[in-house]
Design a protein around this ligand. Sequence first.
Ligand code: DGL
Length: 292
Amino acid sequence: MVDGRPIGMFDSGFGGLSVARALIDLNPAEDLVYVGDTGRYPYGPRPLDEVRAFAVQISRWLVDEHDVKLVVVACNTASAAALGTLRRLLPVPVVGVIDPGARAAAKATRNRRVGVIGTVGTVASGAYQHAIAALPVPIELVCGACPGFVEFVERGETRSDQVTVLAERLLAPLRDAGIDTLLLGCTHYPFLARTIADVVGRDVVLVSSADETAFEVREVLARHGLGRAAPAPGDGGGACRFFSSGEVAWFREVGSRLFGEELGAVGAVSWPDPAPVEDEASAQADPGAASG
Ligand code: DGL
């Protein structure tokens, strides 16, 4: 064992479970503490400074109460709103999902026309436009906000006529724009991948930030000497603990459908209204390298 402390991760709700799954699969020795802020979801329509205050509050709780060694912001909206702030304020490295998502899309595209879909907050922040423009290859980006998708996932409704109708309406402009790659720029959207794939067609490759984020976590742990030794065969992996600021029975029920039965027990957590956090537009200030 090098550093036995857990990794902390949060999202507005269930979406970050797509990142948690990739992280656990790639880093099986690590313990994880996951927070789904379902009591205050959705983040997408909220002002970015409010999301930033939530992100700081949750991250501080992870550091203070759980002694986490690294924080993963498993939410595009919170990454767009708060990554720079968190890297400045926290005593541990912080990994977001936007740069990994942009890298994953750049690796997948052949015609260099990429679509990105996300919450209203993420798309309006310009974070993906900024991250794609910073890549060494020129890529034309077509952005679309998909209000309503998150609510379907939070209800556990990942396949239905209603979600297909909404997807048809929201994704038509992207389908018609000649993209060959669609980046799911919200961590909830991988749970709607089958519906989205049906609508955009099989010629369009869907990518999410989950795998690339898991690789970045592994790399940051190694760089900071924070990793844990791989478990011996038969020893099992690290332990995962889940917390929700909303209805915990509901989190357990929907979460285990999305993540798998190993989701286990869910703890309750609540916070008072957070103090405002003064800051720069952190989407513009993502240095691309974790601090700590
Ligand atoms: N899953 C989140 C994201 O990646 C947030 C969705 C929401 O709460 O609106 O943006």
